[in-house]
Design a protein around this ligand. Sequence first.
Ligand code: GAR
Length: 196
Amino acid sequence: MKISILGSGKGSNARYLLSEFKSGKLSKVQDISLFTDSEDSQFLKLASEFRCNAKLVPSPTTSAFIKGQHEADWISTLSGTQPDLIILAGFMKIVGINFINHFDGKVINLHPSLLPEFKGLNAIENAYKAKATRTGCTVHWVDDTIDGGDIIAQAGVQILENDCLQSLTSRMHAKEHFLLSQVVCAIADTHTYKNS
Ligand code: GAR
């Protein structure tokens, strides 16, 4: 199975998957390539550290949506690696319908809440500020709704009385790393894509 990971920021989830892959724990995975929309992200550095392919597809606008020629650029760039699975891991753009249709049933997203709660940006902060006692993370199939596709797996995280946003965020990330890697293993082991 060939995986493409798309991200815009720190890339801790990509780093975790690459570490698992390089240490042989993702035995059914043949290749991981990284893609980012931001030269400020850690993705290009990660690629040189782990010696994997990486591409920057810069955004021509500040819009949160990938559309028009930009969407066509993403589709053709990603198609070049013929991915079996595309993982949105901290990718801060919203992919368009052409992208979703082109890679039908192959795109998953990691979101830092127990969806359908706290959709959208700043989900950890929003759960913390709402004084929720529990939040968590979700991996779901991507469809044409925002954070609304079919849920593959979720993992809960308690919000402790003495938590600050930073302590909660760091437990959330640890949980995300584990959950995402479990989902990738399950998909790779069974070759169960959404529409197969
Ligand atoms: C993760 O917490 C991920 O769930 C979140 O961005 C972070 C990326 O961390 N994604 C979203 O909020 C998408 N709406 P990373 O760059 O260290 O993997």
